[in-house]
Write a protein that binds this ligand. Structure first.
Ligand SMILES: Cc1cc2nc3c(=O)[nH]c(=O)nc-3n(C[C@H](O)[C@H](O)[C@H](O)COP(=O)(O)OP(=O)(O)OC[C@H]3O[C@@H](n4cnc5c(N)ncnc54)[C@H](O)[C@@H]3O)c2cc1C
Length: 430
């Protein structure tokens, strides 16, 4: 069970199958470091790892335990790219910066796999590709255009016929699809725990149960306060994403937190494993309110989708996921369900990740819009570049000032309404 979580969201497969790891003890008393990182998800831990690899003194402060947030709860899909296709990115950011953002996000899955190999992280990481199946002609045209745009940048994605999708996924629900060979999947909590162990082995410090409650200037640097300790740091990286709390109000108002929930089956029979995702690709379908799914190393089927902000809504949406599984894969029959859980991720209104300067020597990276496994890992390297003095213009991602989402206080009803509308549009034949 996920500690300190609402019961409806807490029964995580990953917590139940987590590797043993060193307990991250709280910060006690006063300590000093070069770079303080707030939050031990992929963003914070990858930043710390890249800094520790460069010999920079780094300390991570996590309110709960490493991987407690979205990083330890997600679909485990190592998806390449940004939410937007290459031409849109270039149109918005120009060939120089846009090109660097595309290269960073395109290579992000390889970076994850490389970190896993170099630090011998036991997290079932595989790279069989990522499938986006199409449910109608319009989404197939969108996938064809996506393949054309990446081909122009030298990345070959494979368009799939209906028969190929049926063979690879084991479902009759789609008319075609796109296989992106850059994608992979892993056990996300074990990846996070392995990152934390790797940081420690390189001399970095990772403290759990150390919620940062205040951040003040101290001399030329900063002082971070937790319940039992104080940390003086020259630079600060804020990596709290959708779990950003009240101690940094302006950052929270730049994000739209949404919830996603997942269910997992017991390991499937050998017969079902041969019929459902036999090559173990991860899948995100192209509906506006999509479902995402994959199988894991033990042959369980994991199915995820949008969550709600209240318990009743989440109970209903978890049941909907089980029904959707039976609709997509009637061959599963009366399958046994084993776990159901959820967590929060962050969106922005334009679906671009934010790298924000929050003050002199304080930076944050947030809002991966559902791509955080690969992209947050890659942003960790960008944040480490920033913390070691790379000029803002030379970073592989644009630095912006924090921009508050208009009418942020209305975000929950607005998101629910938008999801309802998207579901409706998915059901329409145009
Ligand atoms: C159910 C679900 C499914 C998803 N599926 C996928 C997927 O398949 N593929 C993909 O690429 N992305 C997926 N995502 C998104 C992805 O998980 C996130 O983008 C990514 O994990 C964000 O990492 P992070 O380190 O920025 O934030 P988080 O992992 O959320 O970490 C933030 C941490 O900050 C800590 N914190 C908050 N406030 C403080 C404080 N004051 N002091 C100290 N610590 C603090 C929190 O406790 C938390 O541990 C999914 C997300 C969810 C919730």
């Amino acid at each position: 069970m996920i500690a300190d979580e609402r019961p409806v969201l807490a029964d995580s497969l990953y917590t139940a199958t987590a590797n043993p790891s060193v307990e991250a003890a709280p910060l006690e008393g006063r300590a000093e470091t070069e770079v303080a990182v707030i939050g031990a998800g992929f963003t914070g831990l990858s930043t710390a790892l890249h800094l520790a690899e460069r010999g920079v003194a780094v300390t991570v402060l996590e309110a709960q335990s490493p991987g407690w947030g979205a990083s330890g709860r997600n679909g485990g899909q190592i998806n390449p790219g940004l939410k937007h296709d290459p031409e849109a990115v270039i149109a918005k950011f120009g060939a120089g910066m846009g090109g660097r953002m595309l290269d960073l996000s395109s290579a992000a899955p390889d970076l994850v796999l490389d970190i896993v190999r170099r630090h011998a992280i036991d997290c079932d990481a595989v790279q069989p590709g990522w499938i986006q199946p199409a449910h109608d002609a319009a989404s197939m045209r969108m996938l064809e255009d996506r393949a054309r745009q990446w081909a122009a940048r030298g990345v070959e994605l494979r368009l799939l016929s209906q028969a190929e999708v049926r063979g690879l996924i084991g479902s009759e629900a789609y008319i075609g699809g796109l296989l992106d060979p850059r994608g992979g999947n892993l056990h996300p909590l074990n990846y996070a725990l392995g990152l934390a162990d790797a940081v420690r082995r390189l001399g970095g410090r990772v403290h759990g149960r150390s919620r940062v409650t205040a951040l003040d200037r101290e001399g030329a640097g900063h002082l971070l306060r937790t319940e039992r300790g104080e940390l003086a740091a020259r630079r600060v990286v804020v990596a709290t994403n959708a779990y950003t709390d009240r101690f940094l109000p302006p950052l929270g108002r730049t994000l739209l937190p949404i919830r996603s929930v997942q269910v997992a089956t017991q390991p499937l029979s050998d017969n079902l494993r041969r019929s459902i995702l036999p090559q173990r690709q991860a899948v995100a379908d192209t509906r506006r309110v999509m479902v995402y799914y994959r199988t894991d190393a033990q042959g369980r089927l994991l199915m995820g989708g949008r969550g709600a902000f209240d318990d009743r809504g989440n109970t209903r949406l978890l049941e909907l996921l089980r029904r959707t599984t039976r609709e997509l894969f009637p061959q599963v029959g009366e399958v046994e369900w084993a776990h159901a859980w959820g967590g929060d991720l962050a969106l922005t209104t334009d679906h671009y990740t934010r790298l924000c300067v929050l003050g002199d020597g304080i930076v944050s990276a947030t809002a991966y819009n559902g791509r955080g496994v690969a992209l947050a890992t890659a942003m960790g390297r960008v944040l480490a570049d920033w913390a070691t003095g790379t000029e803002e213009g030379a970073l592989d991602f644009p630095v912006t000032a924090p921009k508050t989402v208009p009418f942020h206080f209305l975000r929950k009803p607005a998101i629910q309404a938008a999801i309802g509308w998207s579901r409706l549009r998915d059901a329409l034949p145009f």
